[in-house]
Design a protein around this ligand. Structure first.
Ligand code: MG
Length: 394
């Protein structure tokens, strides 16, 4: 254990401090030039799972266009927002960056369609299974699935980065985690306490990022009609401000200027509301800030408006006929991949074939795939080429 010290220069008393980290599961000597959270971030950036994010779907499948967000660009946008909120609030920017860059490492190919299909197959294969959840899978990636270091599996990140990555957790899963790691990252879901303030910032930075960029991608793809978005008070307000500032603005510059203003306003609202909450509660340390209610929040009005945007995106974009069609094809690819590997485990690469039980090995392997590798493996194993536009065999 290291001696507690004053918070790093310039940070608030409630900011996470790498000097007071609860440490790594495998003890390592400190790095000479980087603190522990910077080292976590660097390990994440150098991981295989991080590189694969570039070929994983956010909403639009990777092959549908080169200009849409992928999991990688989404993660970079979340990191940018989280870091700038943290810097302004004098929280730990390095920890925010590490959590944001790792938060989606466990996503399957084809976004939520892949997750749903893996979850369904895993539960069918083993009724006792807790199923598949991308957030928990992100923790598996950094705790066990990356194979880079001689002395341990995974990236051996600090408790604070791991805690931030595990955003949700069922009670049953938390009990299992607590059993394996008493007082570890599962504990707070049993105690109903909060993660670090930096983790809370990342969660809300994620919401800001995806709501803003899904509007952008949705409009540019032609699936959303910009004018329909003006029924949303949040969008309408910044659309009006953009035009007030530049009356002749139109087309994609009007879209970008509206979204830019909306994104800034969301970040500023988050900073102002959270700063007020923190000043009022004045927790004495990062640990004290974990007790009780979340202290990072949007104002009530802004939170409601953002939920309005999200509800609109859910019905107009995520459930758009064209997105749903690709979803059906993607689910079929993942289901059939699962069935094929389970029936012929010798088709798994040798280094993956040794983990047990087999269905978990198969799930970990498929979850790690990029969209295009999943499609090519599916074709190799089943002989069928699925057209993701229709979900049918081409
Ligand atoms: Mg995300």
């Amino acid at each position: 254990m290291r001696e507690p010290s004053a918070p790093p220069a310039g940070l608030r008393a409630w900011a996470s401090d790498p000097q007071r980290s609860r440490g790594r599961r495998h003890v390592e000597a400190p790095a000479p030039t980087r603190n522990d959270f910077q080292r976590d971030r660097d390990r994440i950036v150098h991981s295989t799972a991080f590189r694969r994010l570039v070929y994983k779907t956010q909403v639009f499948l990777n092959h549908e266009g080169d200009l849409f967000r992928t999991r990688l660009t989404h993660s970079l946008e979340v990191a940018q927002i989280a870091r700038s909120v943290a810097r302004t609030m004098r929280l730990n920017e390095d920890l925010c960056e590490a959590i944001a860059l790792a938060h989606d490492l466990g996503h399957t190919p084809f976004g939520h369609a892949g997750q749903d299909a893996l979850d369904e197959r895993l539960r069918q294969a083993d009724p006792e299974s807790m199923g598949f959840e991308h957030n928990f899978q992100s923790l598996r990636v950094v705790d066990m699935l990356e194979e880079r270091y001689p002395a341990f599996d995974g990236l051996n990140l600090t408790f604070e980065s791991r805690e931030g990555i595990l955003k949700h957790c069922s009670r049953r899963r938390a009990l299992a985690l607590e059993h394996d790691e008493p007082g570890g990252v599962g504990r707070r879901f049993l105690d109903r306490t909060q993660p670090s303030l930096e983790a809370q910032v990342c969660n809300l930075a994620d919401e800001i990022a995806y709501n803003a960029h899904d509007i952008d991608d949705g409009v540019r793809s032609g699936l959303l009609v910009y004018e329909e978005l003006l029924d949303l008070p949040l969008v309408a307000r910044f659309h009006a401000k953009a035009l007030q500032h530049a009356p002749s603005l139109g087309g994609k510059r009007l879209l970008y200027e509206t979204l830019r203003r909306m994104l800034s306003a969301l970040a500023h609202d988050l900073i102002d509301t959270s700063t007020e909450l923190l000043e009022a509660h004045a927790p004495l340390s990062a640990d004290a800030a974990r007790q009780g209610l979340p202290l990072i929040a949007f104002s009530v009005g802004m939170g409601a408006e953002l939920r309005g945007v999200n509800a609109f995106l859910r019905s107009a974009l995520y459930r758009h006929q064209q997105v749903v069609r690709t979803t059906e094809g993607a689910k079929r690819v993942v289901r059939e991949l699962f069935d094929a590997y389970l029936a012929q485990p010798d088709q798994l690469p040798a280094e993956h074939a040794c983990r047990s039980p087999l269905q978990q090995t198969v799930v970990d392997y498929i979850a790690g795939m990029t969209d295009r590798f999943a499609l090519s493996e599916h074709r190799r194993l089943t002989g069928a080429a699925i057209d993701l536009g229709t979900g049918n065999s081409a």
